[in-house]
Design a binder for this molecule. Structure first.
Ligand code: HAM
Length: 409
């Protein structure tokens, strides 16, 4: 038995999800799942632990995720395994393992759960984080790319999240190699001035240089050739069609020809949904097409596309919105209503920022204090309201007044 009395804490970059956070978490899962189901997706759960080779062959050995961030170890049976850093590879492994590539047809799955990346923790960047993702197999039509984008938009809209959609095309096996050659030729003219990581990237995966966060590299890259100017006919017409569908459906986007994504398996459409409200880690969702991934994992060529939302980042925005939206003031009109008001305030604080004034006062005084505190909703309760099972509520922004049934409040 250990005799140390030192308390044990959760690991760096890993968090318990509890209380109002867990309520929000399950609320998010329930509603995003419903939206994904409406789009024809069914639930899949794959193991958290997989063979390391799965991620080396899919996410790619030149990516930071595989190179630096995997929780990798040899298990007791001498197998090289790792905690999944993302969800796509496991779903593709299932698809190939069950020989669905040979069966043909289309398959749509959604999943959610923890992912593990040994990154430097900071705001919005954890070592254990959660994703909600969707993967589609067997549909090469660019309308499906638009469909996936609409699905993410519907989820973000449902939770009232503002975003910028960044869009790029990464070409295909016909146009990407030529583009890479052009890019390497361009980069070689100032290679020594690029950062150490980019020097390595020029040889391992040159397009990774494009999204380097180093300011000097970004300045050097301003005249770099753009992939969107080097697309073959088929990639170009798909990209144009995708933009047309999004325009027609009034989805705003920005073309970002430096958007290359941190995983190697993408081709054609690549996208990220970003928010400027959550700090440096601004990507709330990312994804794209991966038409060669099934082949990389030993299957028969099958088109694929998908995305994943970072749940912690999204919920941070939901919480910020809520806080900005509602600051509830609860006041009592007489002493005997304080017990009830106290009980109500405790419940409301689970979802809403709430202030409870303990001293009984008249309406006007309560409004004055609420305004000074910056509250935008005032709810008052006295003996009369208590007797009728209601609570008086006024929205200070809209001036709307209501008597709300206590059970509904
Ligand atoms: P990803 O861009 O690496 O894509 O991750 C998707 C989302 O997960 C990011 O946009 C971000 O919100 C969240 N995320 C990533 N790393 C962290 C972290 N360390 N802490 C907190 N949140 C994080 C993928 O994983 C692909 N599998 C998406 C995909 C599915 N592509 C096709 N299908």
């Amino acid at each position: 038995m250990l005799n140390s009395t030192k308390t044990i804490q959760s690991l760096r970059g890993m968090k318990d999800i509890v209380g109002s956070d867990s309520e929000l978490f399950t609320y998010f899962i329930e509603n995003s799942s419903k939206i994904a189901q409406k789009y024809g997706f069914s639930y899949i759960e794959t193991p958290l632990l997989e063979e390391t080779a799965l991620f080396k062959r899919s996410v790619g050995e030149s990516s930071d995720i595989v190179n630096k961030e995997m929780y990798q170890f040899i298990d007791k049976g001498q197998n090289d395994v790792c905690l999944r850093p993302e969800g796509t590879a496991g779903v593709v492994r299932h698809f190939v393992e069950k020989k669905l590539d040979r069966a043909g047809g289309t398959y749509k799955w959604y999943y959610y759960g923890p992912m593990f990346r040994y990154e430097r923790p900071q705001k919005g960047r954890l070592r254990e984080f959660h994703q909600f993702g969707c993967e589609v197999f067997g549909i090469a039509n660019v309308y499906e790319d638009a469909n996936i984008i609409m699905l993410i938009k519907e989820i973000l809209d449902y939770f009232g999240i503002g975003f910028t959609l960044k869009l790029n095309s990464l070409g295909c096996k016909d146009c990407m190699p030529q583009y890479k050659n052009n890019l390497v030729n361009h980069l070689n003219s100032f290679k020594s001035e690029l950062c150490e990581d980019c020097n390595r990237r020029v040889d391992t995966n040159p397009i990774r240089v494009l999204d380097c966060k180093n300011e000097k590299c970004q300045t050097l890259l301003k005249d770099a050739p753009k992939i969107t100017n080097s697309l073959c006919k088929s990639c170009d017409s798909d990209f144009e069609k995708l933009k047309e569908i999004l325009d027609f459906n009034k989805v705003n986007y920005e073309i970002d020809s430096n958007l290359v994504r941190g995983l190697d398996y993408y081709n054609k459409t690549a996208f990220e949904f970003v928010s400027n409200e959550i700090g440096a880690q601004s990507a709330i969702a990312g994804g794209g097409r991966y038409d060669r991934l099934v082949e990389y994992l030993g299957g028969k060529s099958t088109a694929g596309i998908g995305f994943a939302i970072g749940i912690e980042r999204l919920l941070e925005l939901v919480k910020m919105n809520k806080e900005q939206k509602e600051f509830l003031y609860i006041g009592v009109l007489d002493e005997i209503s304080l017990n009830k008001a106290f009980e109500i305030a405790i419940k409301k604080r689970k979802t809403t920022k709430t202030y409870l004034e303990y001293t009984p006062r008249g309406f006007a005084k309560h409004f004055g204090i609420a305004e000074k505190l910056g509250c935008n909703i005032v709810s008052l309760i006295g003996e009369k309201e208590l007797g009728n099972g209601i609570i008086y509520t006024k929205n200070l922004n809209t001036k709307e007044e209501n008597n709300i049934i206590l059970e509904d409040f």
